[in-house]
Design a protein around this ligand. Structure first.
Ligand SMILES: Cc1ncc(C[n+]2csc(CCOP(=O)(O)OP(=O)(O)O)c2C)c(N)n1
Ligand SMILES: [Mg+2]
Length: 269
């Protein structure tokens, strides 16, 4: 992997690296707590952190993000207090969803993160709504929504991208293509060569990038953000990565050929 620092200073590089480390360190702790029975559920984003972290750092702090279940790096890069996050995952009253659940179905107005309600695809149209509000108020801002490649098979994906294109909404749609949607591999998920090809069908710009290279993600999203604001248009970004653990910690990875882990392991260390 080659890293192109462009005009980033040493301080900026260290800042990005620290943000990349946070979710990995938290996850390593969570995997221990899970095995001790102190938390009950965990969706791992190990190996995919560069996407959530790079994209979040590329936005302004008051721009809304619609994350999914593997985007811990969004929460940490927006500096949500670790104590409250840990209480959330342990189902404590003091957590973000007041003990109602113990996973990633929560957000925070103060951090401009819109909590998801689990259903795939639903975050995308919410990003349209936020972008429409910015457009009507003539604010120079974007919204950003994440989906997995599995989520692109939902009707909501089509509706959200089509409306964003037709209404010229400044929204960034990020597909995290990690090879699997639960146990379904990509060759059973879609027939196009790349998901980014779908951008053409909606009449919007699109790009496919290396999702494991944090500087590529950061630099690309920063540039796209400016494009979306200047031209008042949406953009589709397909980030190529790999899911290094099970769909959820309880579900295992028996259906994934071991060679794929060996291949991607080189890119996630
Ligand atoms: C509409 C809907 N169908 C099914 C599910 C159950 N489900 C949750 S995550 C998931 C897999 C999603 O795959 P992908 O979008 O590729 O994201 P990844 O888990 O790989 O990050 C499924 C089937 C759901 N939450 N919502
Ligand atoms: Mg997936």
């Amino acid at each position: 992997m080659t890293f192109d620092r462009k005009d980033l200073t040493n301080e900026q590089l260290v800042h990005i690296y620290r943000n990349l480390l946070w979710p990995r360190m938290i996850e390593e702790k969570m995997l221990v707590l899970l095995r001790q029975g102190k938390i009950s559920k965990w969706f791992s984003g190990i190996g995919q952190e560069a996407i959530a972290v790079g994209a979040t750092l590329a936005l302004q702090e008051d721009e809304w993000i619609m994350p999914m279940h593997r985007n811990l790096g969004v929460f940490t890069s927006r500096h949500m207090p670790l104590s409250k996050l840990f209480m959330q995952w342990q189902g404590a009253q003091e957590g973000y969803s007041k003990g109602r659940e113990r996973s990633f179905h929560f957000g925070s107005n103060a951090h401009h993160i819109c909590g998801m309600i689990s259903h795939l695809g639903t975050q995308l149209a919410i990003a349209d709504g936020v972008a429409l509000a910015h457009k009507l108020k003539k604010e120079n801002k974007v919204s950003l929504a994440f989906t997995g490649e599995g989520g692109t098979s939902e009707g909501d994906f089509h509706e959200a991208l089509n409306v964003a294109a037709v209404w010229d909404l400044p929204v960034i749609f990020i597909i995290e293509n990690n090879g699997y949607g639960l146990s379904t591999p990509v060759n059973e998920q879609y027939r196009c060569i790349s998901l980014v090809d779908k951008a053409k069908g909606y009449g919007m710009e699109g790009i496919q990038i290396d999702g494991n290279n944090v500087l590529t993600v950061y630099d690309t999203i920063k540039g796209i953000r400016e494009f979306c604001i200047k031209h008042q248009k949406p953009y589709l970004v397909e980030c190529m990565t790999f899911r290094m653990r099970g769909h959820e910690e309880a579900s295992g990875t028996k259906y994934v050929p071991p060679d794929l882990f060996r291949l991607w392991e080189q890119k996630t260390r």
